[in-house]
Ligand binder design. Structure first.
Ligand code: NAD
Length: 359
């Protein structure tokens, strides 16, 4: 069988890491047909929009995409192509496993094995904002002043946090279903429900309800500030974390740090019958074209893609090959050296080494 997958190389370091990843995927023996499409700055140059309809149509048709990172233009046009893509395709679940691999010298921990399930379509992150001094901000000011007796300043800007029962139920259910499928023992719902009672509070009360449907899986609740402290002290306490969008964004980077850095942090954005696989990190523009950065996060995202496709054997072989290269420590990029002046190899050499292990 040949899998037809939309390939979005992205920009910055995207084309290099996706090229390396495609080479490794093909070396697993699984057959792919790649439909290559553009997003971001490259797409603006070609189609006048960072998110062309042809790109969206291809992902919808294939139901699956492997994506490189995309630079967010500061201060012009689209707020974020990534946010828009997730919204357009309703990729509501962002999955980010963080796992310790033996031989990583850039971490203080050995036993991290947790999975972040981040809600992708709501919360402060989706960009409902009103700038200071606009008629909309003034309207909001008037509305809020009628009901709020504390200090409210007229020169404020507004970013609106929305969390729905539907969105919360859907993501928490996804977290529990994931836990069941991959034999995880515990799901922890993360919030700041003690302060944001109507947004995070709704997320938490919905999580409590959903948890009752999964008596085989332990459920616990943790406030996001306490979670940060506990993750740094004893990350092995956690298994599956389910979080609203913004906390998920922040905790993902924290957890990437626990396992050795962004170069080792994979991800996937998943909807109903549709999924886009991409590393947690961004386009690292300063390293564009230098054959320098780690392609392992993108490769580990491709491992998630293989598992999603049910290609468990190929996924295990690919993950083991990556783990073996990390453990050997010879063919790793600069970011996996404790002293960044130590000799390291480039993006494409890492792929060569992983392919060698696969053979
Ligand atoms: P970034 O993740 O691109 O890079 C931050 C730093 O992390 C880099 O300078 C580098 O030192 C390190 N790093 C990142 N990826 C690495 C890799 N594969 N190997 C080794 N080191 C790596 O974050 P940023 O600089 O804040 O963002 C750059 C651009 O990427 C922004 O426009 C941002 O909006 C965008 N972004 C895109 C995505 C996405 O497409 N999914 C995600 C995050 C950020």
């Amino acid at each position: 069988m040949t899998y037809r997958v939309t390939l979005l190389p992205g920009d910055g370091i995207g084309p290099e890491i996706t090229d390396a990843t495609v080479r490794v995927l093909e070396a697993t023996g699984v057959k792919f047909q790649w439909d290559v499409f553009t997003v971001g700055e490259v797409a603006i140059a070609e189609h006048g929009t960072p998110l062309p309809i042809t790109t969206l149509d291809s992902i919808r048709k294939n139901g699956i995409a492997l994506k490189g990172p995309v630079t967010t233009p500061i201060g012009k046009g689209f707020r974020s192509v990534n946010v828009a893509l997730r919204k357009e395709l309703d990729l509501y679940a962002c999955l980010r496993p963080c796992k310790s691999y033996k031989g990583v010298v850039t971490t203080r921990y050995e036993n991290v094995d947790l999975v972040i399930v981040r809600e992708n379509t709501e919360d402060l992150y989706i960009g409902i904002e009103f700038a200071k001094g606009t008629p909309e901000a003034d309207e909001l000011y008037n509305l809020i002043s009628k009901n709020y007796k504390g200090t409210l300043r007229k020169d404020a800007g507004y970013s609106i946090k929305t969390i729905s029962e539907f969105g919360s139920r859907r993501i928490v259910k996804y977290a529990f279903e994931y836990a069941r499928k991959y034999k995880r023992k515990k799901v922890s719902a993360v919030s700041k429900a003690n302060i944001m009672k109507f947004s995070d509070g709704l997320f938490l009360s919905t999580a409590r309800e959903v948890a009752k449907e999964y008596p085989d899986i332990e459920f616990d609740e943790v406030l996001v500030d306490a979670l940060c402290m506990r993750l740094v002290k004893s990350p092995e306490m956690y298994d599956v974390l389910v979080l609203p969008n913004l906390y998920g964004d922040i905790i993902s980077d924290l957890c990437a740090g626990l396992v050795g850095g962004l170069g080792l942090a994979p991800g996937a954005n998943i909807g109903e019958g549709i999924a886009v696989f991409e590393a947690t990190h961004g386009s690292a523009p300063k390293y564009t074209g230098l054959n320098k950065v780690s392609s392992m996060a993108e490769m580990l995202s491709a491992v998630l893609m293989l598992r999603y496709l049910g290609e468990t054997d190929a996924a295990d072989r690919m993950e083991n090959a990556i783990a073996a290269v990390i453990k050997e420590g010879k063919n790793v990029t600069y970011d996996l050296r404790k002293d960044r002046n130590e000799p390291s190899v480039g993006t494409s050499q890492v792929a060569d080494a992983v392919i060698e292990k696969l053979r």
